[in-house]
Design a protein around this ligand. Structure first.
Ligand code: NAD
Length: 486
């Protein structure tokens, strides 16, 4: 009975949240029509307010992250969710005058006289942002930077898996912005589906490729332009000259960040076959020397829900059942079902048909795949879906460049991993199954802008050549043009 009542209450909440979403979109659209082109100063002030909002809520953000993840390191919350967003807003505010400036384009004076051609970025209008659970502030407020820089109105929809972060997000956004500028809707899957069906002027979705496909279909029904930030398996290729303590540390540290729950983590790595054991030894040494007691410490992020934890454990169980060489990196490390902390492990040279090598892992398990020569490693990557990011570890620059040239991914790093995602100046996004479109930096500003091509007529042009009935002017233009290409 209680369950039925709960279900009815939840359904009512969802209906109310969907009705609220409709109101918000109508309100923002009316506000956009009344004021469609905020000035540079207005946009910079909005970005300043956004930076101020996260900086002044630092402690609440840390607490909400810990509440949702079971354990979440406060310094990681500071670095990524607070300082990352504030830094990105500061960078955009600094660059904005340049980003907003009209860009002159060529107009042949023989045909267009003194007419001028230029690209003028203008706000798209009302933009939606569907946010996943793994970086609840970074992925809601980070893209908000470029959305606001571009002059839009924005509605954010956080994940149902991060209720504490979602509530805080709503509270601080309402306290900081007019609801006509930025708003937040909170709810479950019904709201998420309704959100994807709104006729946005642009929609950003960050999450799994499977749901990304649903979002793309929903957006296509109304021809809503969509940016898809998806996932997949990001590889690290280690060349023979880089199986050393520093490279192994970079790979493991990236995997340990958020316990692997990061779209640009190293999903698996490729290592020369004869150096597989060296890699495993360096990894074990690194964890025992630099990370004692790690998986029970405050630095180790909990897995977001018990269901997600079970999925990751099942991947490891499956590897064991298939006879794979599984190495636990923390001898005393245990899974804690309360904090959902999980020790790190390696799986040495797993077969490609293992679930671990088919699915995005999103947990602290590192498959270390052996290769016989670099071509084989590159072929392995190219045989899979194009990844969101690819990492090369090579002391020889020519080798690193060769790998970059012969592979395709959304982003890349050499001798490091995931760092490209921290730089507000670099475009961020995927290709193929890992997504399409970009946010961060000027590319993000352009993604959320309408790049309007404008021609302003001057004097002395021959544009009447295009107007029927075609006569002497058209004849002269055509003859001159053919003479030019002959
Ligand atoms: P999730 O379960 O939180 O879902 C993401 C969002 O989609 C949530 O807001 C959710 O409410 C919404 N959603 C779920 N089903 C929906 C539906 N049918 N219609 C509309 N919206 C729906 O997160 P997740 O999908 O588990 O996220 C993990 C995935 O996200 C991984 O694949 C990861 O690689 C990817 N990811 C990508 C990036 C990137 O920038 N490319 C960043 C972070 C995560």
């Amino acid at each position: 009975m209680a369950t039925t009542e709960n279900r009815i209450a939840a359904a009512n909440d969802e209906t109310a949240a969907i009705a609220e979403l409709d109101e918000i979109v109508d309100r923002q659209r009316a506000a956009f029509l009344a004021d469609p082109f905020p000035s540079l100063q207005e946009r910079q002030a909005t970005l300043g307010a956004l930076a101020g909002m996260v900086l002044s809520h630092r402690t609440q953000i840390q607490e909400a992250m810990s509440a949702d993840f079971g354990v979440h390191p406060t310094l990681a919350s500071d670095l990524i969710e607070v300082l990352g967003v504030a830094g990105r807003a500061g960078y955009a505010a600094e660059q904005l005058e340049m980003w907003m400036a009209a860009e002159a384009r060529h107009a042949d004076p023989a045909l267009y006289g003194s007419g001028r051609a230029f690209v003028q970025p203008q706000p798209k209008g009302v933009v939606g942002n569907i946010v996943p659970w793994n970086f609840p502030f970074d992925l809601s407020l980070g893209p908000l930077v470029e959305m606001l820089a571009a002059g839009n109105r924005v509605v954010l929809k956080p994940s149902e898996h991060t209720p504490a972060c979602a509530e805080l997000l709503r509270e601080m956004v309402h306290a900081t912005f007019e609801r006509e500028r930025v708003d937040v809707v909170v709810g479950g899957l019904e709201l998420a589906r309704a959100f994807a069906h709104v006729r946005w002027d642009h929609l950003l979705y960050t999450g799994s490729p499977a749901i990304g496909r649903e979002i793309a279909k929903a957006a296509a029904e109304q021809l809503v332009p969509v940016t898809l930030e998806l996932g997949g398996k990001c590889p690290a290729i280690l060349a023979a000259d880089s199986i050393d303590a520093e490279s192994v540390k970079q790979v493991l540290a990236t995997k340990a960040l958020k316990s692997g729950q990061m779209c640009i983590t190293v999903d698996y790595c490729l290592v020369p076959r004869e150096q597989l054991e060296d890699f495993a030894r360096l990894a074990a040494d690194y964890v025992s020397d630099a990370m004692p007691g790690y998986c029970a410490s405050e630095s180790c992020t909990g897995i977001i829900t018990s269901r997600h934890l079970e999925r990751i454990q099942a991947l490891l169980d499956d590897a064991r059942a298939r006879g794979c060489d599984v190495r636990m990196l923390e001898e005393a490390g245990n899974v804690d079902p309360d904090t959902r902390q999980l020790p790190m492990s390696l799986v040495l040279d797993p077969p490609d048909d293992l679930a671990l090598m088919q699915e995005e892992i999103f947990g602290p398990i590192l498959p270390v795949k052996a290769y016989d020569d670099l071509d084989q490693a590159i072929d392995h990557v190219n045989a899979g879906e194009r990844p969101l990011a690819l990492y090369v570890f090579a002391r020889d620059e020519a080798v690193a460049n060769d790998v970059l040239r012969r592979t395709t991914s959304g982003g890349a790093c050499v001798n490091s991993a995931a760092v490209h995602g921290a730089l507000p100046s670099l475009p961020f996004g995927g290709i193929g199954q890992s997504g399409s479109g970009r946010h961060h930096g000027v590319e993000g500003f352009r993604e959320f802008s309408n790049l309007r091509g404008v021609f302003i007529r001057g004097e002395g042009d021959l544009i009447e050549a295009f107007a029927p009935p075609y006569g002497a002017t058209a004849q002269a233009v055509v003859e001159a043009a053919f003479a030019g290409v002959a």
